[in-house]
Structures are given as C-alpha cells and as structure tokens.
Design a protein around this ligand. Structure first.
Ligand SMILES: NC(=O)c1ccc[n+]([C@@H]2O[C@H](COP(=O)([O-])OP(=O)(O)OC[C@H]3O[C@@H](n4cnc5c(N)ncnc54)[C@H](OP(=O)(O)O)[C@@H]3O)[C@@H](O)[C@H]2O)c1
Ligand SMILES: *[C@@H]1O[C@H](CO)[C@@H](O)[C@H](O)[C@H]1NC(C)=O
Length: 318
C-alpha cells in the first residue's frame, strides 16, 4: 500500500518536472540583457576572456561591433578563444594580450604596452578569477584569491584609470559574486597565513571586489567613468576546477546552472545598458540591482581596504 503511494507520488513528481522543465530552465537562465546598444568604435578590455563567462561576454560585445581585447595569462588559450569568437561572429575584432594577474610585474608590463598601443578604453571588465585553490601565493607573496581577484584588478585599474577618464563616458564592470555575503575582510591576517580556508578566502576576495567598486565609484564621481559590480549567477564554467566536491555538485546539478552565455548577461548589461549611463557603485544580478551584504556597505571597511591595498601594491592612489 505504502509502496503504491510512494510510486504514485514519485511518478507525479517526475511528470511535473518534465512538464515544468521549460519553465525551470527559463527560471534558471535568469535575466537577459535586452539592450540593442551597438559598440562600433568602442574599445573593450576583458580579463580572463579565454573561457567561461569572460569568453561569452567577449563574444557578445564583439557582436555589437566593439574592438575586444582579451587579457589572458595563457596567450595560446586566448588565441583559441579569439578564433572561436571570430568563427561565430563575422567581422569580430578580437585581440589577445598576455596578462598574469598573479604577478604585478606582468600587470605593469601589460599596462605599459596597452597604453602605448591603444588610444581609448571605453569598457573594462574585471572578470578573471580563481576559486578554492589550494594555498598558494602570487609572485608578490599575496594569497592567491586576494592577489588575483582583488589586488591584481586593483593595480590594473589604477594603471588604466587615466585612459578610462580620457575615454569618458566609460564603464568598469567588476565580476564579484553572491559569495561576498559569506566573506569578511580579515585585516589581521589578509593573506590567510594564520589559518587558511579556500572557500572563505574566495568569499573574502569577492567581498573585496564589492568594497573596491563602492569606494572607487565615490572617487570617480563626476569623471564620466562609472563602476559597478556583478553577480553572474551560478554558472557552468571551469571555476570549480580546484574543488572535487564542487566539480561533482556542478556536474550533478548542471541542469540547474546557467550556461556561460546566460552567465554573461549581467556583465553585458552593466557594460552597455543605456539606462545605466550614470549609475555607479551599485551591485547587479540577473540584470537588476542586487542585495549587498552589510559588510559590503561599510564605508570604513572600504576605505581601510583601499589603504591596505595601496600599501601592499606600493602605490598612491587618491
Ligand atoms: N561560475 C560561477 O558560478 C560564478 C559565480 C559567481 C561569480 N563568478 C565569477 O565569475 C568570474 C569568471 O569566472 P568563470 O566562472 O568564467 O570561471 P573560469 O571558467 O574558471 O574562468 C576564469 C578566468 O580567469 C582566468 N584567470 C585565472 N587566474 C588568472 C590570472 N592569474 N591571470 C589572468 N587570468 C586568470 C582564467 O584563465 P585560465 O583559463 O588560463 O585559467 C579564466 O580565463 C570570476 O571572477 C568568478 O569569481 C563565477
Ligand atoms: C586611509 O588613508 C588616508 C590617507 O592616508 C587617511 O586619511 C585615512 O584615515 C585612512 N583611512 C582608514 C580607514 O584607514
């Protein structure tokens, strides 16, 4: 008797799932950037544009007519992605430059070359990121998550901000995450030398992204340069490569994850949407404003992080 009920319930659930599948899929896909904005004559720089969300963001912006530069740590992978984009988008202008965000020498060399060769920069998308890697340090001795996700992009932005201002109106989009909610900035042990948890280190770096955006927006007021952060959604990509558990979960529940193309929508939205032309310092998800954790709204923490970041990078930025 119970077995029969169980079977019936199970069948109903399966049937409903199948019937609902298109709706579930649409819900999972999330917000879509509806803007038809064209970007002819515009120059775009995307870090980590060789795979995942970055590659799809590059493809979308290239299809709008922009000249897109992929800044990748592997030129070979970058060229493969560029070739793929050119094959899908006729007339796409895509270029590849070498940039390793885990090495400030590489970032400085990249910027120096970039400033020599490129006359304008209208859109900077700080997209590259690492998640849950084993304890490692960057060339400069920074913990890898903080070093690549936050400090690397902080230095890159510092080096390119003059060009962005000269190219105004221009936009900066920083790909953060919902994970910022679970992070806090451990000023007493920024590089997790005392204790290391790869998940928390990721969350700390993504919170740093949000705080950086808010403080930078304040400093850029009136400059014609806007900066916003993004949560792309939970997206099928190579991001989980360092975690066996996460890789397994992502494979099992892949039908509940966004495709990279869906995951790129909010980055594209923040880069092109007409209605955002003067919106700055905000956080977006599914192409709408999104919740920012209290620790991401603290002006004091944002300023303290700004100061510490400048110290670590040996720069003065005010
Ligand atoms: N996927 C998600 O569910 C999710 C959710 C929230 C936020 N995000 C954020 O979305 C962004 C893009 O991630 P994704 O999901 O597209 O992951 P992904 O497929 O792993 O792509 C990450 C990109 O970052 C590059 N990168 C890593 N370390 C670098 C370094 N030292 N220098 C230069 N580039 C480096 C990678 O290059 P290689 O290919 O050479 O490794 C790759 O191009 C990340 O910032 C991530 O935190 C993703
Ligand atoms: C950051 O540095 C500035 C200038 O050196 C200083 O005035 C300010 O008090 C510092 N802020 C924090 C929160 O440490």
């Amino acid at each position: 008797m119970y077995l029969l009920i169980l079977i019936i319930v199970f069948s109903v659930v399966v049937l409903l799932s199948v019937l609902m599948a298109p709706y579930i899929r649409k819900y999972v896909a999330g917000g879509v950037c509806l803007s038809q904005a064209r970007l002819s004559g515009k120059i775009v720089l995307i870090t980590g544009g060789n795979t995942g969300i970055g590659k799809e963001t590059a493809r979308n912006l290239a299809a709008r007519g922009a000249r897109v530069i992929l800044a990748c740590r592997s030129v070979e992978k970058g060229e493969a992605a560029a070739a793929e984009i050119r094959s899908k988008v006729s007339g796409a202008q895509v270029e590849v430059r070498e940039l390793d965000l885990a090495d400030t020498c590489s970032i400085r060399a990249f910027a120096q070359q970039f400033l020599k060769e490129v006359s304008h920069l209208h859109i900077l998308i700080s997209n590259a990121g690492v998640m849950m890697c084993p304890y490692t340090k960057t060339a400069d001795g920074f913990e890898m998550h903080l070093g690549v996700n936050h400090l690397g992009h902080f230095l890159l932005t510092y080096l390119l901000i003059g060009l962005l201002k000269r190219s105004a109106p221009s936009r900066i989009v920083v790909v953060s995450s919902l994970a910022h909610n679970f992070g806090w900035i451990r000023f007493h042990d920024l590089h997790s030398q005392g204790s290391y948890n790869s998940g928390l280190a990721y969350c700390q770096s993504k919170l740093a992204n949000v705080l950086f955006v808010r403080e930078l927006a304040r400093r850029l007021e009136g400059s014609g340069v806007t900066v916003n952060s993004v949560h792309p959604g939970t997206v099928r990509s190579e991001l989980v490569r360092h975690s066996t558990v996460m890789s397994l979960l992502f494979t099992l529940f892949s039908f509940l994850l966004k495709t990279p193309e869906e995951g790129a929508q909010t980055s594209v939205y923040c880069a092109v949407a007409e209605e955002l032309h003067s919106v700055s310092g905000k956080h977006f998800s599914d192409c709408t404003p999104a919740f920012v954790a209290p620790q991401g709204r603290s002006v004091k923490t944002a300023r303290q992080l700004w100061n510490v970041s400048c110290e670590l990078l040996g720069i003065e930025w005010d």
